[in-house]
Design a binder for this molecule. Structure first.
Ligand code: MN
Length: 413
């Protein structure tokens, strides 16, 4: 495993420990731009608060030049959301893009401009209709312009995994020379294998001058169901930033899922000796919040946050879990926010039982007004739904957290 690069003086993070992986969440950009997943300003602000409380290092809040709405939401998040670096997307060749990103990000405590341009033969020829030398020039122009607005600049080689290796090295070198501090190599179309991704990062670290002074980043899509595997392989190859989304939402088949990567690193620390800043006990809550906002639930067998992720029905498995949970559970449900509770909630449950249940779920300190609100919502739901699951109740409470901080309500995490 490559023990690279990481002891550098990063403009937003300073000196990071060599085993620290930066979590870059793009739920609000790549995730939000997938069909059916658009969110309004208030919803984006709620998600941004939740992501900051979860402990993401960087959140990509949008693509300011794309629309007035995107500009406003990046601007509002930059103004209100504390704790994470706020990032905005821009095209390397778009002077307007970079200016808009800088303007939208102005109020942020720590800000990053993320500029990108395609580098694969296919994209350069048919999408950009540009010669490779023009693309190289725009990489320099874009990163120089971004660097004039903030010290924290990320550059992405769009379709990087299908880019010719020698040209990719030249592009990365140009980006570093022009001031990029993070270099992202996306598998934009979800075509790569784990072996490809490990090889690409190892090659760049070995060949590109200045590679030891920047952080390499992975951005993997899930078109072949390999998003998380490709991300872990990227880390093996030397990437120390991971781009991902809650519930794996994103273009087409989605991005690598944040909750899966974080728990893979934690559960298999023996093979991936890296740490993140994520408060894993809040994973379920944030997953539910996103599902509630977008009205798209995750499938029951979804890893980590699916309803069945820790459910045991077969007699042999139940027997094993009762004797020792480790027989069939590789991580504890509590470590990602699930609770074990025997109280079944339904339309006959009263306020006292509801209060007890909230306590078990970590919401013991709700004031009476919030409790009454949540209880009224619970009664409505119980009329429509036979069994109200713990995660439904978490969602009911989350809905009421609105734009105000959710961190005050969070279970000790
Ligand atoms: Mn993407």
């Amino acid at each position: 495993m490559s023990a690279t690069s990481h002891i550098i003086n990063h403009p937003s993070f300073g000196r990071l420990p060599a085993d620290r992986v930066i979590i870059f969440d793009t739920t609000l950009r790549d995730g939000e731009q997938s069909p059916g997943f658009s969110m309004n300003l208030a919803e984006k602000l709620r998600m941004a608060e939740a992501l900051a409380a979860l402990g993401v290092d960087v959140m990509e809040a949008g693509f300011p030049v794309a629309s007035r709405g995107d500009f406003d939401s990046v601007h509002q998040i930059a103004q209100h959301t504390k704790g994470a670096v706020i990032c905005a997307l821009a095209r390397s060749g778009g002077a307007k893009d970079i200016a808009a990103a800088g303007e939208a990000l102005a109020p942020a405590e720590r800000k990053r401009i993320h500029n990108f341009i395609s580098t694969s033969p296919l994209h350069m020829k048919y999408k950009l209709r540009m010669e490779p030398e023009t693309v190289l020039d725009l990489i320099t122009t874009g990163n120089t312009a971004a660097r004039n607005l903030t010290d924290d600049v990320e550059w992405s080689a769009e379709d990087g995994s299908r880019t010719e290796p020698d040209f990719l090295c030249r592009c990365v070198e140009a980006a570093i020379k022009a001031g990029a501090t993070t270099i992202n190599i996306p598998d934009t179309v979800g075509y790569a294998t784990p072996e490809d991704m490990e090889r690409i990062f190892s090659m760049l670290l070995a060949r590109v001058p200045g590679a030891d002074q920047v952080i390499f980043s992975a951005h993997n899509h899930n078109d072949l169901g390999l998003g998380v595997a490709n991300t872990l392989a990227s880390v093996r190859g030397g990437a120390r930033q991971i781009e991902c989304t809650i519930n794996g939402i994103g273009e087409r088949a989605g991005n690598a899922a944040l909750e899966e990567i974080v728990m893979a690193l934690r559960t298999r620390h023996d093979q991936y000796p890296f740490t993140t800043g994520i408060h894993t006990e809040s994973l379920l809550k944030v997953s539910r919040m996103l599902a509630t906002i977008t009205s798209f639930d995750v499938q029951p067998n979804k890893a980590i946050v699916g309803r069945n992720a820790f459910a045991h029905e077969s007699g042999i498995h139940q027997d094993g879990v009762l004797k020792n949970a480790a027989t069939y559970e590789i991580m504890t449900p509590e470590s990602v926010g699930w609770t074990r509770s025997s109280l079944i909630m339904g339309k006959h449950s009263g306020r006292a039982a509801f209060r007890d249940k909230l306590k078990a779920l970590g919401y013991g300190d709700l004031d009476d007004a919030k409790l009454n609100d949540a209880f009224a919502r619970f009664k409505d739901l119980a009329d429509k739904k036979k069994a109200v699951y713990d995660e439904d109740i978490v969602a009911l409470v989350m809905m009421k957290c609105a734009i105000t901080s959710i961190s005050g309500l969070a279970p000790s995490a």
